[in-house]
Design a protein around this ligand. Structure first.
Ligand SMILES: NC(=O)c1ccc[n+]([C@@H]2O[C@H](COP(=O)([O-])OP(=O)(O)OC[C@H]3O[C@@H](n4cnc5c(N)ncnc54)[C@H](OP(=O)(O)O)[C@@H]3O)[C@@H](O)[C@H]2O)c1
Length: 229
């Protein structure tokens, strides 16, 4: 267990379990107080990971926003923001994306073996491209991150990535925020896809905390003994 980071999966969803709208417009699920809470969680981590589709669709910066939190990290001998991590099978990522262009931090791209050459050509000046297997093996990736000094990893989507981390039993803590509305369109992406999840009617997860943050609810689940309840 000690050979991989503590993995915290953070996600916001609608009451009916969707994490985005069906169309091109970006769906805001959280509120200001919860964005600030997420910023605090980010500041406590060594690395933040999202899937390549989230990089392409949402173009996130994945940085700590609060100047005080950035300063506190620097005072602890860390970079102002955590390392950024993504994974891809096709390697089709734009070096101009905010993921690569913002923040004086290391960017790691775990790429399927077949696309490593192309990805290095495309992203080489902006990120370290790591051969992650075919497809990328998440457990191996987690071990490699740990070997690079990542002790606490935050996973921030999307659903394809969540599904794999959860079904492969790699998540120590789940922070799920439920926004007070429905999406009601099954074309929209969901929190997770189909899979054999270790938590089921015969093996219930441990609910560690329920917290109201303005108009959203934070549900914190302890999914491994490493998560302090
Ligand atoms: N509400 C929230 O908290 C939240 C957070 C983040 C994202 N989202 C939403 O989630 C949606 C995107 O989710 P998504 O499920 O479509 O995509 P995703 O999970 O962000 O990314 C999926 C992509 O990651 C790569 N990938 C995943 N597993 C891999 C593996 N084992 N090996 C190699 N590559 C792998 C592939 O990239 P390639 O296609 O490049 O091969 C795959 O297409 C967006 O609508 C976004 O807005 C919501």
């Amino acid at each position: 267990m000690g050979d991989r980071p503590y993995i915290l999966l953070s996600c916001g969803m609608s009451i009916d379990g969707y994490v985005d709208a069906a169309g091109d417009e970006r769906l805001i699920l959280s509120n200001d107080a919860d964005f600030d809470r997420v910023d605090d969680v980010r500041a406590s981590c060594d690395a933040i990971l999202v899937g390549a589709e989230t990089v392409r669709r949402d173009n996130p910066r994945l940085m700590v926003r609060s100047p005080e939190r950035r300063q506190a990290r620097v005072a602890r001998g860390q970079r102002p923001s955590p390392i950024k991590v993504t994974l891809t099978e096709k390697g089709d990522l734009d070096a101009g994306a905010a993921f690569f262009q913002t923040g004086d931090v290391e960017k790691l791209v775990y790429c399927a073996s077949s696309a490593v050459g192309e990805a290095r050509h495309r992203l080489g000046g902006h990120a370290t491209v790591v051969d992650g297997g075919q497809p990328v093996d998440l457990r191996r990736m987690a071990e490699d991150l740990y070997a690079r000094g990542v002790c606490r990893l935050m996973v921030e989507g999307g659903g394809t990535v969540h599904t794999q981390f959860l079904t492969e039993c790699l998540v120590d803590e789940l922070q799920l925020v439920v926004a007070p509305f429905f999406v009601g369109d099954s074309r929209a992406p969901r929190f997770v896809g189909d899979g054999a999840f270790p938590w089921n009617p015969d093996r219930r997860a441990t609910l560690a905390e329920v917290r109201q943050v303005g108009d959203v609810a934070l549900l914190r689940y302890a999914l491994s003994p490493r998560c302090g309840v």
